[in-house]
Design a protein around this ligand. Structure first.
Ligand code: IPM
Ligand code: MN
Length: 354
């Protein structure tokens, strides 16, 4: 099969972690006889510096033509510390999500047997935890009108959702639940927010179409607590954009490192595969960042975008083997502290020799 992949490495550690994922993509493709063709696109602060736009039209075209997009990370502290900056790297990511119609961000939260001791939670609480968070990605407060009051003494961000936006991601959540443990938790703040009440109203209608699935409603503050108190209780969690952003960073703690969780964003055009973590600028260029989240995102790319399950499974097996062998970066083990590139080489090599 011919695999056309758009590669958007972005900022900070983006290029080095994407390089490791590409090593693994090439290794698995060699093993299974696929032909890989990659096209690189500028995004984020790097794109602002080069062409003044965090998601240039040329990058959008590359994404539209590709079968899948492999994405690194974006963000640069020089913008974070300048609240008056008009153009920001994050706008590139948000525009890409909107223009590619990526309305659902799938963030699986799983634990890794040989890293259970890394979790700040007790082993018996996290062992076997396995849930899928579906985060709505193109609506809500991220995309509503924002601005300052006329006298510049106040600011606002509108949170808006339409029934259609809510319904399409809820249906997707139920479809995933049918393939899993048939439980959906709808997370909202319906005791306070009108958008959340609309989510709940839609969910109460849609749940009737999936009688085999058990539906549970939870306020986001309660969900934040239960994720770490009892992570095993969740199967599929579905929520709006900002709640999903916050809850999945929190959920990554269960696994022991933010550097381990992958994601897939799907919607109306090409899908995008990216780690859930950020650009970790302090580590950029040092070859110390954990490439596993990006490598697992590549596994999701094989499974979801190319429907090549065996390839995805072998990448996962190689990742688990690297952990068992202690080939891990410093966020996992300060003493052994393998380099980013060593972890990538080890996993790519395992795949080739399997
Ligand atoms: C993420 C990130 C982004 C988000 C930022 C970089 C805009 O935190 O993908 O989770 O908030 O969606
Ligand atoms: Mn985030």
């Amino acid at each position: 099969m011919k695999l056309n992949i758009a590669v958007l490495s972005g900022d900070g550690i983006g290029p080095e972690i994407v390089d490791q994922a590409l090593k693994v993509v090439r290794a698995i493709s060699k093993k299974f006889g696929h032909e890989v063709s990659t096209e690189e696109g500028l995004v984020g602060a790097t794109a602002i510096d080069k062409v003044g736009d965090p998601y240039p039209e040329s990058t959008h075209e590359i994404c539209m033509e590709a079968d899948a997009v492999l994405f690194g990370a974006i963000g640069d502290p020089k913008f974070d510390n300048d609240p008056t900056a008009k153009v920001r790297p994050e706008q590139g990511l948000l525009r890409m999500r909107k223009q590619l119609g990526l309305y659902a961000n799938l963030r699986p939260v799983t634990t890794f047997p040989s890293l259970l001791h890394k979790s700040p939670l007790r082993k018996e609480l996290v062992e076997g935890a396995d849930f899928l968070c579906l985060r709505e990605l193109t609506g809500g407060i991220y995309f509503g009108d924002k601005g300052r009051t006329e006298d510049n003494q106040g600011a606002f961000d509108h949170c808006v959702y339409t029934r259609e936006e809510i319904a399409r991601i809820l249906h997707l959540a139920y479809k995933f639940a049918l393939q899993r443990d048939k439980r959906v938790t709808v997370v909202d703040k319906a005791n306070v927010l009108e958008t959340s009440r609309l989510w709940r109203e839609e969910a109460q209608k849609i749940e009737k179409e999936y009688p085999e699935v058990e539906t549970d409603y939870m306020f986001v503050d309660n969900a934040a607590m239960q994720i770490i108190q009892w992570p095993k209780k969740f199967d599929v969690m579905v929520t709006e954009n900002m709640f999903g952003d916050i809850l999945t960073d929190e959920a990554s703690v269960i696994t022991g490192s933010l550097g381990l969780l992958p994601s897939a964003s799907v919607g109306t055009h090409t899908s995008v595969f990216e780690p859930i973590h950020g650009s970790y600028p302090q580590a950029a260029g040092k070859d110390i960042a954990n490439p596993v989240a990006t490598i697992l995102s590549a596994a999701m790319m094989f499974e979801t975008a190319f429907e090549l399950k065996e390839e995805g499974a072998l990448i996962r097996k190689a990742v688990l083997a690297s952990m068992d062998a202690g080939v891990v970066t410093e966020d996992i083990d300060k003493e052994k502290a393998c380099k980013t590139s060593e972890v990538g080489d080890w996993i790519a090599n395992y795949v080739l020799e399997a």
